[in-house]
Design a binder for this molecule. Sequence first.
Ligand SMILES: N[C@@H](CCC(=O)N[C@@H](CS)C(=O)NCC(=O)O)C(=O)O
Length: 223
Amino acid sequence: MKLYYAPASSYSQRVLIALNEKQIKFTPIEVNLFDIKAREAYSQINPFAKIPTLITDEETVIFEANLIIEYLDQTFPHTSRLIPENSQQAIEVRLLERIIDVYINTGREALFADKQRPEAERNGKEIVKPKRLLETALLLLEQKLTNRIWLAGDEFSLADCAAAPTLTYLRMVYDYTYLPNLTNYVRDLECRASVAKVFTCGREQMTQMLSKLQYPLQLVSAR
Ligand SMILES: N[C@@H](CCC(=O)N[C@@H](CS)C(=O)NCC(=O)O)C(=O)O
């Protein structure tokens, strides 16, 4: 099995966390999408030129981080499950992942873009709606985490694989320490071995990328 990825890419990190959780062996292939030739070659594998992409031992090409994790869950059923077998619990996991992707990640991207505008042009109408949706989503997670260790309950799941990079990168542009359950949860996430390993590998590339921005940003530690 081959995984095309980049160490700092949040969607790649979702899959890498899942692979670590499941302790599945794979061949990592790092892709530099900033290199035009490498990007062109990679678009022969994934026409959208987005990472990650998994190529299975049967040469099936799978892209979309969630689908790759779903494939891993189905193909390696004796490893720790990331999508529960129980259909109601599975819906909860998928719902949480959607909330993270659609509202938190989109809000994060909007705030990130805002931070790259000259100061006088920031906080305009472009970010009103995405910020409101982001805050609604964060509050929902805060409530869910009242009685839960991980996002969907006692078991680490696909939702946590999605939450880890998204909420960690979110801290660069949005301070959510006013939400204590969420703050503690992210601290626990970052201490989990599968997550810590992935973040350690991605830190250097992310730090370099952030330093090259017109308005540089910094990774903020949860600890
Ligand atoms: N929906 C895709 C999103 C993948 C994605 O956006 N990956 C980013 C890196 S985190 C990417 O490849 N960006 C390069 C680009 O958009 O040109 C998934 O779930 O895998």
